[in-house]
Ligand binder design. Structure first.
Ligand code: EPU
Length: 331
């Protein structure tokens, strides 16, 4: 038995019979050809809640950063799936490469980025992604998909839907700006406020990076200190009619427009107003500074976390008639 406790950011106790560390594409292809049974693929373990103990786990640790094309104003960068996401963002800022500064401090590995189209502060990885290279599990063949083929949406891609368990991402290619950085995105309220505090009027990509690191470290728990997987639920998208009815009872309920018929409401707000923020049941609780984050205060197992999350889902359904969906993958 191999412990998976240090390989999941919730820090829940879990184990597997066999853990294989995958460090190259060739090894991944060989493994796929040799084994037809289902295996669990693990990257940074920051979006995974282990409830059951899997038999085999492949830990994807394929490294590498390679500039594959360079122009005066932009580069194409291929990054191994096993590179740490935040270290990559920091590296890009040091090189003065722009595009992912808003995504600083997102936990996890680069290969996981496209799976749920990671996003924060007005940017999603789909804005900079060029393509994704994968190994097909059933054949060991290597394929490259263009960003437009991945079915990317809000915290979603085909990798979570119709392609589930079909491919394993070995590297991603991103298009980053080299100079000028005309696409700096500082419109998000929290960023604006932090830039004002920092007394910055014309932000550089480095300023945005610094602001995002400040905001995230003040609101989100560091998994090294307290077990968690970031946002546990997705922000629900509901019909405008339902939202308008809810507004009568909760006039201050925030929302973000989606289209003519639906709006997105922040799950953190719903959970907070339902009284869960800072609450603790046994070893599990809702983070005191951001109700969307479920934390392991120490000693919780996956089932305890999952049961707690179900209590939140029930209470949100009772109170607002809204079905909260998990962002976290349960295994
Ligand atoms: N809010 C509350 N109480 C709370 C938490 C939030 O009232 O306890 C309210 C806030 O005041 C604000 C609104 O809810 O009006 C939205 O909150 P926030 O700006 O913190 O963002 P979020 O919608 O809760 C999303 C992402 C985060 C991302 C931030 C910033 C999802 C599921 N989560 O959170 O992503 O960092 O926006 O862009 O979309 C993650 O996926 O793990 C993650 C942390």
């Amino acid at each position: 038995m191999v412990s998976l406790q240090s390989l999941n950011t919730f820090g829940v106790k879990a184990s597997c019979d066999e853990l294989i560390t995958v460090t190259s594409v060739a090894q991944l292809q060989e493994l796929c050809l040799a084994s037809q049974e289902s295996t669990i693929i693990l990257g940074g373990g920051s979006n995974t809640l282990f409830v059951n103990s899997p038999s085999t786990v492949w830990y994807i640790d394929i490294k590498g950063k390679e500039v594959i094309k360079e122009r005066e104003d932009a580069i194409l960068l291929r990054i191994g799936a096993g590179e740490d996401w935040h270290e990559l963002v920091t590296y890009c800022i040091e090189q003065n490469w722009g595009g992912i500064e808003n995504l600083a401090l997102i936990p996890g590995k680069c290969g996981a980025g496209p799976i749920q189209n990671i996003g924060a502060y007005g940017v999603e990885i789909q804005h900079v992604l060029q393509s994704v290279s994968v190994v097909e599990r059933s054949t060991g063949n290597r394929l490259e998909f263009h960003v437009t083929e991945l079915g990317l949406g809000y915290r979603h891609s085909f990798f979570k839907g119709e392609w589930k368990d079909k491919y394993i991402i070995d590297s991603i290619v991103m298009r980053l700006t080299k100079d000028g950085h005309h696409e700096i995105k500082s419109h998000y309220g929290a960023i604006q406020n932090t830039l004002t505090e920092m007394d910055v009027k014309s932000p550089t990509i480095h300023d945005i990076y610094t602001a995002v690191v400040k905001i995230r470290s003040s609101k989100l728990p560091d998994p090294k200190e307290i077990g968690n997987g970031g946002s546990f639920f997705k922000n629900p998208i509901i019909p405008i009619g339902q939202y308008q009815k809810l507004l009568v009872k909760y006039p201050e309920m925030p929302s973000y427009p989606i289209d003519d018929v639906t709006v997105k409401v922040p799950a953190g707000w719903l959970i907070d107003r339902a009284g869960w923020k800072g609450k603790q049941v046994g070893n599990v609780g809702s983070y005191a500074k951001q109700a969307l984050v479920i934390v392991n205060h120490g000693g919780a197992d996956g089932t305890e976390v999952l049961n707690y999350s179900k209590q939140i889902q029930e209470s949100i359904m009772d109170l607002y008639g809204i079905n909260l969906q998990r962002e976290i993958n349960v295994i």
